[in-house]
Write a protein that binds this ligand. Structure first.
Ligand code: PLP
Length: 505
């Protein structure tokens, strides 16, 4: 018999909520304590969970305890443990415990941040927290931020703003049925994240509206090729609207030369959007700042005259970075910083122009800055994270990840059986097994087998990419729980699996 009282209306009684709530926190604490006992990648076959779940909903309410029991029995086996310290695939991202409290409370308040009035706390805390983060990253105070769910959505909004700036009245007239619209172009490197292709699809620019520029042997966009492409497109009657360099590409974490690209954007009046979705938080580290800007290097703190000239990513019109990637904030929370947030507002706000006055109450309405009406209270979890760890705590964690990645790279370098495939500017190591006497397709297949075997074992998770056509293993260090012993384990696994492979052949 369910304790669920069906003779009354309303929610779960408070005492029951408390009881399950305490048990839930215990569960989560135990989950984190025992994380390493789980296989990193879920070991189930596709369809297993579906088959084991009832096909139709329960007619009568059930005890919450029975749902919870099914979490152990059915859900946990189907979880891939992103929080596991040996999750090194894709980009290693994880949540801090304190971030979970932010999710709990924001779910409890259940505010929809559309207008300031419907969620003053969300609106103002978002502004304050993003200004803290801006200072932490060393960005100039012109930059104002807005929170979206993912970098994909942040970037789509940036390109939409860029499209408006081009003055083609697409906001009003759209793109369909217009003979007067030439091809509009967005430029990225060939190592760009697929979210940009998707933005072009979504915004009616189409995939032919995206032009990918070649890279040098460090996988960095070649600015001369960008300038040539823009010239060629203008000649052909096309309109360049946006250039998107990446700081920390998905494949190899390479850094496009943002300053040189900014010069080109300035010359042609093109919107510059910087994708720092992964690497952005590394700007907290003074020793990594040079990958974002060269301003510090030019500045003399003892001089009264500071160089007012911005360099690197400070010259962008917009920048995206993801605290849910490398700032220990639970998914999802992506930040879009704009040099002039009113341009974004101009692209999306539906408040008639004649209603905008300077004496309007000075409130910000989140709904004016994107396609969503209601927006989640996401700032709370980031605020908790920043306050709990402090700037120093966050900086030291990211610094440790960079140290561990460099350490792993040094093992690769020192080994006769492995080789590095790309530089390590942040905390991603691109490498491969390369035993003597093996090359080409044979080597690709060997690396693929080693990776698949490690991933299938559940001991660790690595992913891969292709660099210069070569199958490359990627090891990302970014979990809040990662320690040196976890990397030692991966290194041991790699060497064992390689030895086993060589024995069989
Ligand atoms: C992860 C990543 C993205 C996409 O992030 P989402 O928040 O999942 O949309 C975009 N660009 C880069 C460089 C990334 O690393």
């Amino acid at each position: 018999m369910s304790e669920n009282n069906k003779t009354t209306f309303g929610d779960m009684p408070a005492d029951e909520f408390r009881r399950h709530g305490y048990a839930m926190v215990d569960r989560i604490a135990e989950y984190f304590e025992h994380l390493e006992e789980y296989p990193v990648l879920s070991q189930i076959e596709p369809g297993w969970l579906t088959e084991n779940l009832p096909a139709s909903p329960p007619e009568e309410g059930e005890d919450f305890a029975s749902s919870l029991a099914d979490v152990d029995k059915l859900i946990l086996p189907a979880v891939t443990h992103w929080n596991h310290p040996n999750f090194h695939g894709l980009f290693s991202t994880s949540t801090s415990s304190v971030g979970i409290f932010g999710e709990m409370l924001s779910a409890a308040f259940d505010m929809k941040a559309m207008l300031w009035r419907t969620s003053p706390a969300s609106t103002e805390l978002e502004d304050v927290t993003l200004d803290w983060l801006r200072q932490m990253l060393g960005l100039p105070d012109q930059f104002e931020g807005i929170i979206y769910d993912t970098a994909s959505v942040s970037t789509m909004h940036a390109i939409a703003a860029a499209r408006e700036r081009a003055g083609l009245q697409i906001r009003e007239l759209g793109t369909s049925g217009r003979g007067d619209l030439p091809l509009l172009r967005v430029y990225t490197s060939e190592h760009v994240h697929s979210s940009i292709d998707k933005s072009c699809i979504t915004l009616g620019l189409g995939l032919q509206g995206l032009r990918k520029i070649g890279c040098n042997d460090r996988f960095e966009m070649i600015p001369e090729l960008l300038a040539d492409a823009i010239e060629e497109d203008i000649e052909a009657g096309y309109i360049p609207i946006c250039v998107i360099p990446t700081i920390g590409t998905t494949s190899s974490s390479s850094v496009d030369p943002v300053d040189a690209i900014a010069n080109i954007c300035e010359k042609y009046g093109i919107w510059l959007h910087v994708d720092a979705a992964y690497a952005g938080p590394a700007a907290l580290l003074p020793e990594k700042r040079h990958l974002f800007t060269s301003r510090e290097l030019k500045e003399d703190p003892h001089s009264a005259i500071r160089d007012p000239q911005f360099t690197g990513w400070e010259r962008a019109d917009s920048i995206v970075l993801n605290p849910h990637k490398w700032l220990f904030t639970p998914f999802d929370l992506s930040v879009l910083y704009c040099r002039d947030l009113s341009e974004l507002k101009g692209a999306f706000s539906l408040v008639a122009e004649y209603l905008k006055t300077n004496d309007e109450p000075a409130v910000k309405n989140g709904m004016d800055y994107g396609i969503q009406l209601g927006r989640r209270f996401r700032a709370l979890k980031l605020w908790f994270v920043i306050r709990y760890f402090g700037v120093r705590g966050l900086t030291e964690r990211i610094r440790e990840h960079c140290r561990l990645a460099e350490l792993f790279a040094s093992w690769v370098d020192a080994s006769d059986d492995f080789e590095m495939m790309a530089p390590v500017p942040f905390a991603l190591v691109c490498f491969r097994a390369k035993p003597a006497g093996m090359s080409g397709a044979e080597l690709d297949a060997l690396n693929e087998r080693i990776m698949n075997a490690i991933n299938a074992s559940g001991e660790a998770y690595l992913s891969h990419t292709r660099l210069n056509g070569k199958y490359t293993l990627r090891l990302s260090v970014g979990s809040i729980r990662v320690e040196q012993r976890h990397l030692e384990k991966v290194w041991r696994l790699l060497n064992e699996h390689l030895a086993a492979e060589l024995e069989h052949s």
